[in-house]
Design a protein around this ligand. Structure first.
Ligand SMILES: Cc1cc2nc3c(=O)[nH]c(=O)nc-3n(C[C@H](O)[C@H](O)[C@H](O)COP(=O)(O)OP(=O)(O)OC[C@H]3O[C@@H](n4cnc5c(N)ncnc54)[C@H](O)[C@@H]3O)c2cc1C
Ligand code: FES
Length: 282
């Protein structure tokens, strides 16, 4: 069913945008951790994007995406008032949230937006949420104000030191775990190397660690097998068994290899798209 884009904000021009979409059927069921699969046009591929926020009263969901290749570049051509051809969701298992005390939510890059919905859920459950967010520089940092509006603590790291701690989110995480023994869970959403590093950092402290896996997905309903990941030596389907898993059990090397499996095809598809759009086609 086509869904209208009500608002578009270019968070990092040409790289990352936020869309607020009219999707009452999804908004009323969406929970933290859920994602949607969308198609921009008739011949377009199906791409998964996390629900970064949902407003059941207004009937809207928010998505935030990084322009990576052909499909996200096509999505970036749409503006407020345009429609997304079809939007399927909410998909995936929602985040397991219970009253647990202090929860550290770690986000990197576009993953900060996805982590925001999970952090909000933990806050609503009465947990003390510490947000730890990182980007290459201050200009690329997303959702700082949104997280600050409900998280009692927002710790920031930037690679170049332009804001907050100069270094990585894992430096801040390690410092916190060394001094705070009340942390009951760490949740990480972001690039695969960041999630792997978070899991490695928390392991010696024995703190439960949940990661949200962005494996390649096609149908999103457990039929095609494209999203398979190895967790604790078992094959799991990220779309129906996840996307969240125990970070200490995920085979991150295999995930990295599977994500890179179609690089030449993705590049060819993007180059073709660029030529077509430059020549006036879509
Ligand atoms: C559950 C889940 C939630 C996600 N949430 C977000 C989000 O909130 N914001 C965001 O920017 N990105 C998110 N992603 C990643 C997003 O789906 C990919 O960036 C997008 O599909 C890239 O498509 P493309 O055609 O623009 O790029 P391509 O050039 O086709 O691919 C670029 C890279 O994106 C990944 N990718 C490609 N196709 C898929 C696919 N069908 N499924 C998953 N990954 C793919 C691969 O790593 C690939 O190397 C999520 C992925 C998953 C699985
Ligand atoms: S995307 Fe097809 S089984 Fe998960």
């Amino acid at each position: 069913m086509p869904c209208k884009i009500l608002e578009k904000e270019r968070l990092i021009p040409g790289q990352t945008s936020k869309l607020v979409i009219d999707a009452p059927h999804i908004a009323k069921k969406a929970q933290p951790g859920n994602f949607v699969i969308l198609r921009v046009c008739e011949k377009g591929e199906r791409i998964p994007l996390t629900i970064a926020d949902a407003d059941p009263e207004r009937g809207t969901i928010t998505i935030v995406y990084l322009v990576m290749g052909k499909s996200t570049a096509l999505l970036e051509t749409l503006d407020a008032g345009d429609s997304i051809l079809d939007l399927c969701g909410p998909l995936g298992k929602p985040t397991h949230i219970e009253k647990a005390g202090t929860v550290i939510c770690v986000g990197g890059g576009t993953g900060i937006a996805a982590m925001h919905h999970i952090a909000k859920g933990h806050h609503k459950a009465g947990n003390h949420v510490v947000a730890v967010i990182g980007a290459r520089s201050k200009d690329l940092l997303l959702f700082y104000d949104e997280l600050s509006s409900f998280c009692p603590e927002v710790l920031v790291s930037t690679d170049d030191g332009s804001f907050g701690h100069k270094g990585l989110v894992t430096d801040l995480l390690r410092q916190r775990l060394e001094t705070d023994k009340t942390v009951s869970e760490v949740v990480a959403v972001g690039p695969v190397p960041m999630m792997a590093a978070v899991a490695k950092t928390t392991e010696p402290f024995g703190v439960k660690t949940t990661v949200s896996l962005n494996s390649i997905m096609v149908d999103g309903i457990g039929m095609c097998g494209a999203c398979r990941v190895s967790v604790g030596g078992e094959t799991r389907f990220a779309c129906v068994d996840g996307p969240e898993f125990d970070g200490h059990k995920v085979d991150f090397n295999e995930l990295r290899q599977r994500l890179a499996a179609f690089k030449p095809q993705e590049k060819a598809s993007y180059d073709h798209h660029c030529k077509c759009t430059c020549a006036g086609e879509k």
